[in-house]
Design a binder for this molecule. Structure first.
Ligand SMILES: [Zn+2]
Length: 256
């Protein structure tokens, strides 16, 4: 059994064909989907999908890009959602300095508040970081957070080492299949019980689907690549990833 540990199936991109996207995934052995909110509306939609399908599980939060749209009152709305339908985690939150979309101070403030929320409800955090590893490390160091999830890892070797101080899980996306990517050289350096895989659909479609809308069925290309990089046969790898995903999200997940 394979789990897509990070995707956005609540997006408009799937409004016409979600049932066939799901059945295609299941044909490829992917039978649970963690659907991640990135703003209030998408968190609500993640909840609604999870109410409709028992193999979909929601995560609620405000992506760093979207922080500029909100003031802190949004956190009481996120709390309402948590009480209505408990999520597997809080996020995606974090810091993104690659694009200058939301002010850094706002991003940091929201990251801190997501951390408080996750701690209050004893949930893991799903963290998005791009070009902001130093600030995120400083923020995390001031907390006692452990066992959170750094999704779509794009850092360096030294980031694996320092974020491992927090017993972080590292999500590997389709980037690992791209030509001349840096990530392939690092996969072997991540502690094996800390590796997760994700599509981040509809973004980051792996080779040979690069440039198209991504979907969970494409997880098989990422699996294949990681299996080669780690020199691990696929069955063994799938079992390892299932165990890791269960531990990271503290949930057992149903069989297909
Ligand atoms: Zn995402």
């Amino acid at each position: 059994m394979i789990i897509d540990s990070h995707c956005h199936l609540q997006m408009e991109d799937y409004s016409n064909d979600l049932p066939s996207v799901l059945s295609k995934a299941k044909e490829n052995g992917i039978c649970s989907f963690i659907v991640i909110g990135f703003d209030l509306q998408s968190s609500i939609k993640a909840k609604e999908l999870s109410q409709k399908y028992d193999f979909i599980h929601p995560v609620y939060g405000i992506h760093p890009y979207d922080t500029k749209e909100y003031d802190i009152s949004v956190f009481s709305e996120l709390e309402d959602l948590i009480r209505e339908f408990p999520p597997l985690a809080i996020g995606e939150t974090g810091l993104d300095y690659y694009r200058d979309i939301s002010p850094k101070d706002k991003q940091k403030n929201f990251f801190n508040r997501h951390i408080e929320l996750a701690s209050r409800y004893n949930l893991p955090l799903v963290i998005h970081l791009r070009d902001a590893f130093n600030d995120a490390y400083d923020i995390m160091k001031g907390t006692n957070r452990r066992n959170d999830i750094l999704h779509c890892f794009t850092g360096q070797e030294n980031d694996i080492n320092r974020f491992s101080e927090f017993n972080m899980y590292f999500g590997i996306s389709g980037i690992v299949t791209f030509k001349n990517n840096e990530l392939s050289k690092l996969v072997n350096l991540i502690p094996q019980d800390r590796i997760l895989i994700e599509t981040d659909s509809p973004y980051l479609a792996p080779v040979p689907k690069r440039g198209k809308r991504n979907e969970p069925a494409n997880l098989s290309f990422i699996l294949e690549t990681i299996s080669n990089l780690l020199g691990k046969d696929k069955t063994h790898l799938i079992n390892m990833l299932l165990e890791n995903t269960r531990n990271a999200y503290r949930y057992s997940f149903n069989e297909c």
